[in-house]
Design a protein around this ligand. Structure first.
Ligand code: NCD
Length: 337
């Protein structure tokens, strides 16, 4: 299962360079990421109307295929698809045939037989959405809603939209990502998106036991100390301790982690006075963030959730039109033969 940037570009884009699947930020250039943000911007207004609908996916069927727990991501994908006028099927995996032993490929074949146009996939295994994109019937779009520790590209893009709204740019920004980077698919996608969009400096801050072993190759600066890690940062992104992905004891204790890395009003003062505080959720108050900060004036955590709808609308509509353009071109080539 290859997930190198070159192969990611190849599988995610149609021959005209348009998005057809959205699996990871790898392999996508600044123009495409900016197009996603601009398209999302145009959808924000739809969420403010009394009738929150546009007909872009009318008659299309979107299947939310969540093999892992989710609150924000699943509900904002569902709202996004509905606001695009799609028919939406939420597959509850715990009550589906998977628990009766059906394989992923067989589940998919059955869903495809119901003429689905798009699968939104969350899976505990890194690479599962890539695998599906490689084997799915041509014309069906796959959107990654988080795979293992690998990628969570729509989360990264809603974070980029939130940063652009508050800071107006990426150039010159210093961004600190704090906490459990090792297990975080969100952090990996954020780092790629920030560097592609031109952020000046991306720092990862945490104890060595929670930093990835390939950290140096990611193009980020590594800090084990909050004071130096947050100094003059424009954006502070906090992450949850992903206990479900930890093997063995990596931490002394939650109390010790909070003492060193928990974002308190006191530690936030190391960052720029106009720094924004972000978190993909779910937040653990008193573990990685103090309530006064999570609910405070610098927090944009709930803006991130709202932006998730617009970004997911953008990605779904772009992938669907990329698929259609490709099919249309193939049909025309066939007809001219
Ligand atoms: C994140 C995830 O599932 O990767 N949450 C989210 O999608 N909003 C982060 C997490 O679970 O900590």
């Amino acid at each position: 299962m290859s997930t190198s940037p070159a192969s990611d570009r190849h599988i995610q884009l149609n021959p005209f360079g348009q998005l057809r699947h959205f699996l990871s930020i790898d392999g996508l250039d600044r123009n495409l990421l900016t197009e996603i943000l601009d398209t999302a911007d145009s959808f924000i207004e739809v969420g403010e109307r009394s009738i929150k609908k546009v007909p872009l996916l009318r008659g299309r069927t979107v299947v939310n295929l969540f093999f892992e727990a989710s609150t924000r991501t699943r509900s904002t994908f569902e709202l996004a698809a509905k606001r695009l006028s799609a028919d939406v099927l939420n597959l509850d995996i715990s009550t589906s045939a998977t628990s009766k032993g059906e394989s992923l490929s067989d589940t998919l074949l059955n869903l495809e037989a119901m003429a689905s146009d798009m699968f939104v996939v969350r899976h505990a295994q890194s690479g599962a959405p890539h695998f599906i994109a490689q084997s799915v019937t041509p014309g069906v779009a796959i959107i990654n809603a988080g795979d293992g520790r690998h990628a969570h590209p729509t989360q990264a893009m809603l974070d980029m939209l939130t940063i652009r709204q508050h800071k107006g740019r990426f150039e010159g920004l210093v961004v600190a990502i704090v906490g459990d980077i090792l297990h975080s698919r969100v952090a990996r996608s954020q780092v790629r998106a920030l560097l592609t969009l031109g952020a000046e400096e991306v720092r990862i801050v945490g104890p060595n036991t929670l930093l990835p072993r390939d950290a140096e190759t990611l193009g980020v600066k590594i800090h084990n100390d909050m004071r130096s890690g947050l100094r003059d940062a424009d954006v502070v992104i906090m992450l949850r301790l992903q206990r479900e992905r930890m093997e063995g004891a990596l931490l002394p204790s939650e109390r010790e982690f909070y003492r060193q890395y928990g974002l308190t009003t006191e530690k936030l003062a190391y960052a720029r006075p106009d720094a924004i505080v972000m978190h993909p959720g779910p937040i653990n108050r008193g573990v990685e963030i103090e309530s006064a900060v999570a609910d405070g004036p610098q927090s944009v955590i709930l803006n991130q959730v709202t932006n998730g709808i617009a970004v997911r609308m953008a990605v779904m509509s772009m992938a669907m039109s990329g698929q259609l353009a490709e099919r249309q071109a193939a049909a025309e080539t066939q007809a001219s033969k």
